[in-house]
Design a protein around this ligand. Structure first.
Ligand SMILES: NC(=O)c1ccc[n+]([C@@H]2O[C@H](COP(=O)([O-])OP(=O)(O)OC[C@H]3O[C@@H](n4cnc5c(N)ncnc54)[C@H](OP(=O)(O)O)[C@@H]3O)[C@@H](O)[C@H]2O)c1
Length: 225
């Protein structure tokens, strides 16, 4: 399995859950030291250095793959800025990391995924996130990611590939903490979905028998009692 954003809150939890389940996990990230923290001493993991702003050059461990059971696209950036404040480079980076890299990586890995009759999981945005002031680049990238997933699912069904989009509500990670601060909204990790819970949803999706597919899964935090 390949997990992007493996150094992030959700990605690292997926790496842990998947290795616990016995998967060999290639953990992709752009920061070698942080990748070592995720993979160091964890049997069944291997780090893959990959900056998703430029995913066209596949690193060697991925270029030579014959079979791949799953790709879990967790990497993402989520800058908060009005349209007026969003520079060309911010638009470019957001679209590159959040959607173009996911498309390009998937494209490059399709032969190996088809060989394994595998699964592609896209971690999208919160359910029904739409027309949010000061978040157009992020919401636009996630709308495009949904379209990518839906087209891929329709195209690859004949090859047995399953494609799932997961829509997580607020999950306790650095990204959410930063975003909430930028919107001036409170953040309390205990009120959020825990990354390990979201990872268990990813594993449930991957564990499903192959006579059915979960096209979309929304995950909502439960209010604390
Ligand atoms: N947390 C939430 O509440 C929430 C809710 C809905 C959806 N999501 C989605 O879930 C996914 C994971 O989010 P998270 O909360 O786990 O965020 P996170 O902790 O900030 O993790 C984001 C990951 O993306 C990686 N990344 C960013 N730019 C990259 C680049 N150029 N090349 C390679 N990797 C790059 C980061 O690597 P670095 O550490 O090197 O920056 C990090 O590993 C995102 O797609 C996000 O949109 C999150």
């Amino acid at each position: 399995m390949l997990v992007t954003g493996a150094t992030g809150g959700i990605g690292a939890a997926v790496v842990r859950a998947a290795t616990d389940r016995g998967y060999h996990v290639m953990a992709a990230g752009r920061d070698a030291a942080r990748l070592d923290q995720v993979c160091g001493g964890v049997p069944g993991t291997s780090p893959v250095l990959l900056d998703l702003r430029n995913p066209a050059d596949l690193p060697q461990p991925l270029a030579g793959l014959g079979r791949l059971d799953a790709v879990v696209h967790c990497a993402g950036v989520a800058d908060v800025a009005s349209v007026e404040e969003t520079s060309y480079s911010m638009w470019s980076e957001t679209l590159a990391v959040n959607v173009v890299a996911a498309a390009e990586l998937t494209r490059a890995l399709l032969p190996a995924l088809r060989e394994a009759v595998g699964h592609v999981v896209f971690v999208n945005a919160a359910p029904n996130l739409h027309a949010v002031p000061r978040w157009s680049a992020y919401t636009a990238s996630k709308a495009a990611l949904r379209e990518l997933a839906d087209s891929l699912r329709a195209e690859e069904a004949r090859n047995g590939l399953r494609v799932t989009t997961i829509y997580p509500g607020g999950t306790a990670t650095e990204l959410l903490q930063t975003v909430r601060a930028q919107f001036g909204r409170p953040y309390r990790a205990a009120d959020c979905i825990q990354p390990a819970t979201l990872a268990s949803v990813v594993l449930t999706v991957l564990d499903m028998r192959d006579d059915a597919c979960l096209p979309e899964v929304s995950v909502l935090p439960m209010p604390r009692r």
